[in-house]
Design a protein around this ligand. Sequence first.
Ligand code: GAP
Length: 511
Amino acid sequence: MENNEDLFKKIIGHCKEYGFIFQSSEIYDGLSAAYDYGPNGIELKNNIKEYWWKSMVNMNENIVGIDSAIFMHPKIWKASGHVDAFNDPLIDNKDSKKRYRADILIEDFIKKIENKIQKDIAKARQKFGDQFDEKQFISTNKRIIDREKRIKDINNKFNQAISNKNLSKVKTLIEELDIKCPISGTCNWTDVRQFNLMFKTEMGSTSESSSEIFLRPETAQGIFVNFLNVQKSSRLKIPFGIAQIGKAFRNEIIARQFIFRMREFEQMEMQFFVKPGDEIKWYDYWKGTRLKWHENLNLGKDNYRFHDHENLAHYANAACDIEFKFPFGFKELEGIHSRTDFDLNAHIKYSGKKMQYFDPEINQHYTPYVVETSIGLDRMFLAILSSSFKEEKINENETRTVLKIPPQISPVKLAVLPLTKKDNLPKKAREILHSLQINFSCQYEEKDSIGKRYRRQDAIGTPYCITIDHETLENNSVTLRNRDDMSQERVMISDLKSIIETKLDLSSLLS
Ligand code: GAP
């Protein structure tokens, strides 16, 4: 059986071969942690954005969108805390000269203990069969109890060291756990240092007039600083939300796992402004709503789980991640944070501007509390692609690679395929293509056998193929082939549009 690492490599290869994702600057040997989206990639990305935007903005009367600039006044990042605290702890191995994130070294160590626990559970399940009670086993098996206690101890030590800003304790923990550099195999570590993740650049044409500014590390601050502009111009009443999709930049120390952790990526964020005291009610609401949005895509309910944060950032009073089961394990896909009034109050303080909301219902001014939902578009892309990638045996000698992407968001919706290049079939096929391409993203293909063409469409996830054959010329019917079960049905050309519209209607996901 193939392991997950091999599967992941296959998915990355598939992305390149079929025009989804290319390494940035590939002909110059690539630029680390930056990727370009190809023709199929951009279609899928746009469809994910549309699904998010429709569900957030178009389907909620009290949520509006904005598109704020990437460049913002540098004081914004002082106010938000990013200048002083948007850091990752880094450590170098003196022998291999490789750099690591100290927290990730510890996280990976914990993961190894967790894997041992999972192995013990799997063994016991095999031994006891139907009688196996997992909950009871976990709560009574001494080895598992000891391992879980060890994980808790490590987490506590790490969190305490970080919150006390005691980086030497982080190094001591790495040494105590005997964590070795995967390259040199030694524990010859430097001290741990904090590394700020923001990219800096200069704005202005002369050195005297230029000022240092940052590329935004999150889109959220563009929403906070526009909060009153939007509220007043759209005459919104609390509770209301502001949504934004846009690029964010982080100088990640180590960027691994393909598009999972990039230095330039895209976020889809929504800040929901509520009355102080109502925030936990809305936090629970958005947790449920966002999980439902994910589950509606039918990528498998078991692929999601919540990770509630125990150690909260100083500005949050509740926070969790929606984690997704990527080929390399469960990892954060989306964050939902109750950020209190921290950001707005910080901007009030640093800008000196009044930014309070006047609540006509209670005749009072106050600083609203904020519940945020924040999802990485690229991570969502990877979640869809990795869970849709299937290799299926279709008969004794043949397998197919198929992307079972939810049809409503597939990059290409329809392929129009004349059975042969002869007998006026291409002419008829192009007529059909022209009648459908205004409504659906279509591809036209006449080269190679029909079987090969079906395989190519399967590989990019096209949910429906329309085949034009000699019978079409006689009675205006075509074959409609379904990607997932490869079934075929004969339908009239005049019915095609309405049949396909019903099958691909985004509202079936949104309702
Ligand atoms: N405004 C809140 C915020 O930015 P975050 O947890 O730092 O919170 C939100 O980021 C989401 O952005 C994450 O859940 C993840 O999906 C995505 N994200 C963060 N860093 C990323 C990176 N380096 N590459 C790709 N996606 C990233």
